[in-house]
Unconditional design. Sequence first.
Lengths: 519, 316
Amino acid sequence: MKRHIILILLLACTATFAFGAAQKEATTSVFRAAMTTNPLSLDEGFSSTTATRQTSAYIFETLFTFGDAYDIIPQLVDTYTVSADRLVYDMQLRKGIKFHNGKEMTAEDVKASFDRFVTGTHLAGATFKEVKSLEITGPYSIRFTLGAPITLLESLALPPRMIIIPKEIAEKNKTNELRGADVIGTGPYKLGEWLPDVHVKFLKFTDYVPDSRYDKATGLGGKRIAMFDEIFFLPVPEAESRIAGLETGEFDFAESIPVTSYSRISKNSNVISSIVKPRWSILVELNHAEPPMNNLDFRKALVHALDMGKVLQAVSSGVGTFVRLDPSLFAEEQAYFTTIGSGGIYNNQDLAKVKEYLAKAGYKGEQITYLVNKDFDWMYKACISLSEQWQAAGINVKLEFYDWASQIKKAQSLKGWHINQTGWSPRLDPAVVISSFKSGLVTSYNYANPKMDKLLDDIRIGNDFTVRKSIWDQIQKLVWDDIANIKIGDYFELEAINKKYQGFTSFYVIPRFWNVSAK
Amino acid sequence: MFSYIIKRILILIPTWILLGILIFFIINMIPGDPVAIMLGTESAENAEIIRERMGLNKPIVERLGIWIFDLLRGDLGESYFLGRSVAQSILERIPVTLSLAFFGMLFSVIIGIPLGILASLKPNSLRDTSIMGFSLLGISIPEFFLGLLLIYALSLGLNLFPSGGYSPLSRGAFSWIRSLFLPSLSIGIIWSAYIARLMRSSMLEVLNQDFITTARAKGQTEYIVVMKHALRNGILPIVTAIGMIFALLLSGAFITEYLFRLPGAGSLIISSIKKRDYPVVQGGLLFFASSILLVNLLVDILYAFIDPRIKYGKKS
């Protein structure tokens, strides 16, 4: 009897809480996106993580940005001219652009933003070291004067982006991260609230001026229109929770859904799945100072030991839609894609050649330390397949597991390791790849080749696309000739949106909910 | 009693200092680098400048000295990544953690104590075996798996509760309780299994004592015997257990928080460890360790109220 009473009480509680009317926002249109993680900062000058880029794209804009085809397009710049020697850029700014605090954007704000970004933030690095001056030539016009004809427009568009903020905010936060009320940009959404691990809330910026030069939104620019009154980015690190929330309708969107759930998501008539292509380049970086990795023959043996298809099969759990054999550091959707230099070496498993190269390198079975992690499931699956293939080819690979933070630290110590498992987000321009191959930089892991250094210097020159593409082809060829690192293939991610919305397409690492609306 | 409490508080001080030093060294000595997390893998050019700004270029002992000095001034420091102070970060999590701990505890007591009593009344019967079977299952089932089962059954299947997320009390009691129901039930089921076992063995011990036989011989009803005489004596170990469980829950039920997207203390500490946000980990661990020490003290004091035989500060 007592047991029955307890059961009845429990059921009564359950029913009371479950069937009551849910409180809903009746008048405001709200969009809820389940994201994998929390931004570490809302200021791109202080964090280069994906989550920061994702949130920043809604709040801030830049002078130039990327279009759908990863092409450079003006955003806050109206028109511009370049001198014949490519050293002077005159830019006219768009008029009538409002900041979220109501102030109109002028050349003063652009100069203050540039000065802050270059001298006060963490991430500007050497990007603009060739900029000799930025002058204000009128209320809405500026002039960049360069010491060398670098790729200025690309640098202004590339993440970490040189965001345009009000002059007074830039001067107040000369060396500080933008926080709270100082997070003010010109984007279609303004910051409502940032509660770490809870949400980032964006509010529609009603004074936003859509860029009428374009018919529609493209890349991170174009004619962006805020359709929802509020957008919430909710950090939901657990994949099953993201899927469950999407299925129950608590989330309107979920990013990075495991490929193993592809059929489940595809069968759900309430959601539309979308594949983010390109998303990840799976590759391993090599420590060129650590013997025997300093020997090219040994590095060649490493590549010839691999059947890349097997690795990709492991990574995608056999769902081929999410992987692609690809020797290029730029994906085939991007203008710099090339397979030059990969013939006969990429995905050309040949154990006889492995034996021959190992003998040439004088390899005697020394232990090869391979830095790996379990933070990224696909990296873990890749490293298991790769290490098995290397071991089968007679290379004594030992896995050393770290969490992601420790792995980066260990890799950048440049000691005690040979292979580093990693993945690259899409590189938007060859200039971004410089830090991976330029001699003397920590992130090039002791790789040094004067020919590569010269090519990397050349690719920074603001030539037209054809010239830069031919330089990039030479760089990509040299990457394979030297086995500077080993590209395994491409891995795509799955994301999904509720069927009641229209206008969503996947792009880069940033889900774009501007111009998305209810059907 | 009063002098006992003062004595206990005085003992807390050296424990607290030792704890602080230990926490500082452990978190600072694990590999990893917040600067690398901040910069990502694409650029390491400004690493030294950032390290200097964060104060990470100083020797570890000097950093410990600065931290303790700031602590004594009541300053737990500033998070590297959360855009706010450590104290504010912790304070924001307390309502979630307290709510989850309270409801989790409530479920475990509501389920665990009656089950333990029921099992003890007919030892080795089918009822006892069934309850102990449930208890074994509750102890053995991984928190993560039970949470997922509840989400699938009550959220995805029956659509009774949200699959996760936290709605603060300020948005209404109904949505607050609704958002906490599944995670609290998940915690409650697991800890109720432990409480039921403890309650059963404690009750069995009491029910075999002479005063229970006397009470029965006096003709008192079974309800009075069990609920008045046996339960009052049998509940003491449960109070200790509840105190310990509550203290543990206060420091965060990370897996439950993670699965149900609750921004509580556990997720704060774990995500800060992942990012090597040293000030938050140090301040957070110290804060929650202190809360465990305090809850223990409170439980000891509570003992004296429940059991009049216990007299602190007096020699027997």
